[in-house]
Design a protein around this ligand. Structure first.
Ligand code: 2AM
Ligand code: CA
Ligand code: CA
Ligand code: CA
Length: 268
């Protein structure tokens, strides 16, 4: 029997995302405090941290025995030590947030015994709430999402986060993406992984390809993608791990096998 708590987790995840959206709006009335993490292109703001804290407080109040893995690390968590783990990216697309104040989202996933049960990706500027429950379908603002199954490569719109990755350049993956640009309708580079996965689920994109995503980047989006009838795995075709970094190939079911073979075969 399905765990009846899953519905409650889902409701709380949506409440956290909406609360985060409100807090972001309030904080944007004041100047942004922007700091560097590992480099000048790896940013964090006071808003990222405030949102993560807000989400942690809400989860801990409701479920003090759950684990939380957040990008900004405001709470310590060894995921393997908890039955239920929340994965939180308080602002996915911080560079977009700093430069554009749009094209960012909040991503929240709930895993139980290593399996993703709930995924929420919320875009506050467009007021778009993407929601999925395992086995219960994917939704955008309560409207069900189901992708078309007969997509062809020549009519596909792709998206990637590969281009700033040195390994992608060395391995020839960047070059392969250029080839795919010619075989498809084009490639977009939005810099907001969780939202790109939500867009694959919504059929706004037909595939998303990335190296080295963190578990909070793909945690919620993977369930949206699966529940909307698309396929997702690591770039070598293996299942996505629990609470570990991974490469990602998410695609319309009609394109997935072609993309997997094309990206895995020897360099061009
Ligand atoms: P973030 O904004 O939460 O850090 C894949 O595109 C993910 O990598 C994004 O969702 C983004 O998550 C992060 N990212 C984007 N541009 C980046 C950059 N230049 N350096 C490091 N991380 C980046
Ligand atoms: Ca970051
Ligand atoms: Ca992220
Ligand atoms: Ca982030």
């Amino acid at each position: 029997m399905r765990n009846p708590e899953i519905k409650e987790w889902g409701m709380l995840a949506k409440q956290c995302a909406l609360g985060a959206g409100k807090l972001i709006e309030e904080m944007l009335a004041h100047p942004l405090e922007v700091m560097y993490k590992s480099s000048a292109s790896d940013l964090v703001t006071s808003v990222d941290r405030a949102v993560e804290q807000l989400v942690i407080d809400k989860i801990m109040k409701a479920y003090p025995d759950h684990g939380i893995l957040g990008e900004e690390g405001l709470i310590a968590c060894k995921p393997d030590e908890f039955d239920t783990v929340w994965m939180v990216d308080p602002i996915d697309g911080t560079t977009n947030f700093v430069h554009q104040q749009q094209n960012y989202c909040i991503s929240i996933a709930v895993y139980h015994k290593g399996v993703c049960e709930v995924g929420v990706v919320y875009d506050p500027t467009r007021e778009e709430m993407f929601y999925a429950e395992r086995g219960g379908g994917a939704f955008l603002n309560d409207e069900p999402l189901q992708v078309k199954r007969n997509k062809e490569m020549k009519e596909a719109l792709l998206s990637t986060s590969l281009f700033w990755n040195r390994r992608a350049m060395k391995s020839g993956l960047s070059e392969k993406m250029q080839h795919l640009a010619h075989r498809s309708r084009g490639i977009r580079v939005y810099g907001v992984a969780a939202l790109e996965l939500a867009y694959v689920a919504a059929g706004r994109l037909d595939a998303y390809i990335s190296l080295n995503l963190n578990p909070w980047d793909y945690g919620a989006g993977r369930l949206l993608v699966e529940e909307a009838g698309c396929m997702i795995s690591a770039l070598d075709g293996t299942d996505l791990p629990f609470a570990e970094r991974s490469s990602i190939l998410a695609a319309n079911p009609n394109l997935y096998n072609f993309l997997l073979e094309f990206l895995m075969e020897r360099p061009l």
